[in-house]
Design a binder for this molecule. Structure first.
Ligand code: SF4
Length: 443
């Protein structure tokens, strides 16, 4: 294997090799995936011509890019796939699926060789073959009101998940409220400016129309996520629970139990959580983003202002009584706890804090999950920070795997099968590193 040092001395094949030796239980594919997620990837025009048909990047909620759209030009920006798979190559990769986060200056590039798409690091020898996300059979269709179905109900996770961002803005507004790593409001503005059909609120009937087309197309999605920004007052005359529940009720009335229903909203009072569950939603995601109490207040000022950290945590625990053990799955943003000026400066301190959070939650029937932080330049922290070190991400995968095993838990449900070669969750490698034999919490 070659050892190629990148510009900042991190994320290189040499570093991946060293981390693989340090954490032999982590598949090397997962380490490459984390580096692709934290650094981003770029495509040559030739690579984009290799696969005739694939799902293009839909910008399903945030930008998840390392550059604003306006600073990236041409087909390399507009024709990038939603996800890529890595197989074969130097290390004999078992299939691993990676969400595409564009970065023209990443060490990682997808190139074309002899009619195949391949992955290179810093222009070196190809290390894996690259597949592009399969195009769902309903892509290209329009709803009855003329909206592209891909805008209403894109599919991610290699066909597994319908991602229904029904409110594309967040009412946490401005510097004193928006989570400092989040670009949802700025991404909305840049997508509109680029001419993409992108609407603040999706009418319920448009969502149902799109889902009818999904079903008629034979698409094999297994789950849907209802999500969007927080609602601090009202939207369409409804509070947050009422706004999101009306979509779940409409979907479950027309397609009862067809998909696993998941919902991402704030940590809400128990009465609202009961209504969410009664609407047919089976997995609840009250995302806490960062465990450390002081950093939560600094990095998530809107969550602190409207709910407060202690109440947020208490509501997460209370909701286990409604949804059941293992079915409350709050997200945290893996890596943002190392961002300046509020984050930890030492990897071991960040992992210690996050590990305490995992033990606290897992010992109480909650299974957190994480997404790998992408420093989006239109967010406050993304504008001034590099990604977290790869060594942090390797340590986090090891920590998560050990915590799940220590607490005797199966993988969180609603993410497909765990294990390298099986996993489809694309914005973190946590499902890739779990033992396939652990299975998932039954629903
Ligand atoms: S709650 Fe925070 S992370 Fe979620 S959309 Fe609003 S600002 Fe972004």
């Amino acid at each position: 294997m070659s050892s190629i040092v990148t510009r900042d001395g991190s994320g290189s094949l040499a570093e991946i090799d060293a981390l693989h030796a340090r954490y032999p239980e982590l598949p090397v594919e997962a380490l490459v995936k984390e580096d692709l997620l934290r650094q981003g990837v770029w495509f040559s025009a030739e690579a984009l011509a290799v696969h005739r048909e694939y799902a293009e990047k839909s910008y399903f909620i945030f930008s998840f890019d390392h550059r604003p759209l306006a600073e990236m030009e041409g087909a390399e920006r507009d024709a990038a796939p939603e996800e890529i798979s890595l197989t074969g190559g130097t290390w004999g990769f078992r299939r691993v699926i990676v969400s595409v986060r564009l970065n023209p200056s990443s060490s990682w590039k997808v190139d074309a060789v002899d009619g195949r798409a391949v992955l290179r690091c810093d222009g070196g020898e190809p290390i894996a073959d690259v597949g592009f996300a399969p195009k769902p059979p309903y892509y290209g269709q329009l709803t009855n009101d003329g909206t592209p179905v891909i805008e209403v109900a894109p599919t991610i996770e290699w066909g597994y998940l319908l991602y229904l961002t029904v409110f594309r803005l967040c009412q946490y507004f401005g510097r004193d409220e928006e989570c400092r790593f989040c670009d949802i409001n700025e991404n909305f503005r840049q997508q509109k400016a680029s001419g993409r059909p992108y609407f603040p609120v999706k009418p319920v009937e448009r969502v149902l129309d799109a889902l009818r087309r999904v079903v008629a197309s034979g698409a094999q999605a297994r789950a849907y996520t209802l999500t969007g920004g927080s609602i601090t007052s009202e939207l369409d005359g409804l509070d947050e629970a009422s706004f999101y529940v009306r979509y779940a009720e409409a979907i479950e009335a027309e397609f009862p139990g067809r998909w696993i229903g998941k919902m991402v909203v704030q940590a809400l009072p128990l009465e609202s959580v009961r209504r969410i569950h009664a609407s047919g939603i089976r997995i609840y995601h009250p995302n806490y983003e960062i465990w450390d109490a002081e950093k939560f207040k600094l990095i998530c000022p809107g969550k602190e202002r409207y709910v407060g950290r202690d109440t947020w945590i208490r509501r997460i625990l209370d909701s286990v009584d409604v949804f059941g053990r293992g079915k409350v799955i709050p997200n945290f943003v893996g890596g943002v706890e190392m961002s300046k000026p509020f984050g930890f400066s030492r990897i071991e301190d960040a992992l210690k804090s996050t590990g305490e959070g995992l033990d606290y939650m897992m010992s109480r029937g909650v299974i957190p999950r994480f997404t790998t932080w992408c420093p989006e330049p239109l967010s406050e922290l993304g504008a001034t920070n590099p990604p977290a070190p790869l060594a942090y991400h390797a340590g986090l995968l090891d920590l998560y795997k050990a915590a799940l095993e220590r607490h005797g838990l199966a993988a969180p449900p609603g993410y497909g099968d765990p294990g390298i070669g099986n996993a489809v969750f694309s914005v973190s490698a946590f499902m890739d590193v779990l033992d396939a034999k652990r299975g998932s919490v039954p629903l």
